[in-house]
Design a protein around this ligand. Structure first.
Ligand code: GUN
Length: 281
């Protein structure tokens, strides 16, 4: 029988824990979120982040900037937040409008405040398994969820579909750091079904609704779905054909209620951890 990897329940436990810790802190952790432009999905994500941060007792500041914000305006805001002793964590919501290059601004964020773990200092430290200030939230949440269900990584074949800087690449590195044997597949990969079906742990972050059917999955595999797409009725679905794949997987994440809630829990955990590390620095 397949077991569901319940990200909602796991994230609630983590958030409750954080709330208890924050209640005892004299100086509350502070998260600054920068949103440039009007991207509808980003507006929803940012609202959820702000709401969760406030529920935990964090200080939450959202900086909404107009679509035509100049590079200098955005740069000034980031540099000011870097200097601001009352800001522990800075998140620059992506994507940025086309005239702004995300990489340039990520590199301006003080790595000690880089709550997404996207700064090259943090990705480099992840690469060398040497204490990044923060780890990218979605992959960190996936590893945490799998550990919660006692999944062992050592020597397992893990296949990651997707090579984004936000999910696929950091996730592959985290799996490697857990001693899995890691394959990264992507949109140019040949024989995707064959490679995917060699996985003990299959993680799809392709963003292609229903891509992963039965023929992509080995019997008893663990399947994690990072995809979020809306179907023709506006319903959220993932990369994985859940009905089909849940018949042969041993563990599987639902969409919604799997990886999504874990991402936000990890963002809050990273904020708390940065605030503690920065207070000691
Ligand atoms: N846009 C979608 N997901 C994310 C995320 O995890 N961090 C940032 N900064 N932007 C995003």
């Amino acid at each position: 029988m397949v077991q569901i990897l319940d990200g909602s329940a796991c994230s609630k436990e983590i958030l409750n824990d954080i709330k208890l810790k924050v209640a005892k802190m004299a100086k509350k952790p502070s998260l600054a979120v920068i949103l440039v432009g009007e991207d509808p999905a980003s507006q929803i994500y940012v609202r959820n982040k702000e709401k969760t941060a406030k529920e935990l007792g964090f200080i939450s500041k959202t900086f909404k900037m107009k679509e035509n914000t100049s590079a200098n305006e955005l740069k000034d805001l980031i540099l000011n937040l870097n200097l601001d002793e009352d800001t522990d964590a800075v998140l620059l919501q992506l994507p940025l409008p086309e005239h702004l290059c995300a990489r340039d601004f990520i590199e301006l964020i003080n790595p000690r405040k880089d709550v997404d773990g996207f700064h090259p200092i943090n990705t480099g430290r992840l690469m060398s398994n040497s204490n990044p200030y923060a780890l990218s939230c979605t992959p960190k949440g996936i590893i945490r969820l799998l550990k919660k269900y006692n999944v062992e990584f050592e020597g397992k074949n893990a296949v990651v579909i997707g090579r984004s800087n936000m999910v696929g690449k950091p996730l592959a590195q985290m799996l490697l750091n857990e001693n899995a044997t890691v394959t990264v597949a992507h949109s140019k990969t040949r024989n995707l079904a064959q490679i995917a079906s060699s996985a003990d742990i299959l993680i799809s972050a392709a963003g292609v609704g229903g891509l992963i059917g039965k023929d992509f999955v080995k019997n008893g595999a663990i399947v994690v779905d990072v995809g979020i797409v809306r179907d023709e009725n506006g319903k959220i679905k993932g990369d994985v054909n859940f009905e089909e794949v849940s018949q042969i997987a041993s563990l599987i994440t639902p969409v919604p209620g799997g990886v999504g809630p874990m991402t936000i829990a990890m963002l809050m955990e990273n904020t708390l951890e940065l605030s503690i590390k920065n207070a000691k620095f």
